[in-house]
Write a protein that binds this ligand. Structure first.
Ligand code: DGL
Length: 290
């Protein structure tokens, strides 16, 4: 089936997911929508994120998508459950694939999850891991006094999961400050708590964090494996398309359309950092007047 895969994010970050999808499935046509007018999603309410996500799904469905990928952790946490229920095309978020990858990799059962405030508050990664392992939360402890230090320790009957919101990682990645002193210090500050908890796996639960992979890995040390949800999600997209028999088997060059809800110029400029070559034009999408 040559209909495109629809991919959306609050803005630019989801391009890291799209990049992995196009790498793994070079034959697939795609349409990406970055909601640059309403970014960030990470600090907004569930109600707002659900509403935005349905508007975007509508826009993309009118363009004939065969599958919807919420390439945003916050939208995956808050809106994917309802999108899955209400749309009649397959819907994939980034949380379940990331959670699955973490469970496959951990040996000690001590796992860290970092993300936006919304993603951490929603507890979606913990819930997804519990569902996958048939496990349940038995105790939640809060550590740290100030918001910069605060992280959560969630004990389940089989694992200990440490979750931490790292809101400043998003502007750092957008600014391209991913390996300078400011980035390294910010990473050290945010991850100080998790570092002493002896985790062996850390989920990068936000689209922007793969850009800070080097600084995060240097801070956490070699013994901690980093899970990039983007790679795990691309593998899940392939699995679902293959399972449903809707991969694109038409030969020819795949087309990749880009839409944004504000300022295509900034999207193209910053987006190249996330996507690399091939991001040459983006159209303005009017979600209200669609
Ligand atoms: N795309 C968002 C996420 O993965 C990060 C940026 C935002 O807060 O909108 O959660």
């Amino acid at each position: 089936m040559k209909n495109p895969i629809g991919v959306f994010d609050s803005g630019i970050g989801g391009l890291t997911v799209l990049r992995e999808i196009t790498r793994l499935l070079p034959n697939e046509n795609t349409i990406y929508l970055g909601d640059t007018a309403r970014v960030p999603y990470g600090s907004k309410s569930k109600e707002a994120i659900e509403r935005y996500s349905f508007e975007i799904a509508d826009f993309l469905q009118k363009r004939g998508i065969k599958m919807l990928v919420a390439a945003c952790n916050t939208a995956s946490a808050y809106a994917v459950p309802r999108l899955k229920e209400e749309l009649d095309i397959p819907v994939i978020g980034v949380i379940e694939p990331g959670a699955k990858a973490a469970l496959n990799l951990t040996r000690s059962g001590r796992i860290g999850v970092i993300g936006t405030e919304g993603t951490i508050k929603s507890n979606s990664y913990v819930n997804a891991m519990n569902a996958l392992r048939n496990d349940e939360t038995v105790e939640i402890k809060e550590h740290g006094e100030r918001s910069l230090d605060r992280y959560f320790e969630i004990r389940t009957s089989k694992m200990v999961i440490f979750t931490k919101a790292c809101p400043l990682f998003v502007p750092l990645a957008e600014e391209g400050w991913t390996s300078n002193d400011v980035a390294r210090l910010t990473v050290e500050h945010y991850l100080r708590g998790l570092k002493k908890e002896g985790i062996d796996t850390l989920v990068l639960g936000c689209t922007h964090y793969p850009l800070l992979k080097e600084a995060i890995s240097d801070c956490m040390g070699e013994g901690v494996a980093l899970i990039d949800s983007a790679e795990a999600t691309a593998a899940e997209v392939m699995r679902v398309l293959t399972g449903k028999g809707i991969l694109n088997d038409a030969k020819g060059t795949a087309s990749h359309g880009f839409f944004v809800t504000d300022s295509p110029e900034r999207f193209l400029h910053v987006g190249r950092r996330f996507y690399g070559d091939g991001l040459d034009s983006a159209e303005l999408a009017n979600l209200e007047g669609q």
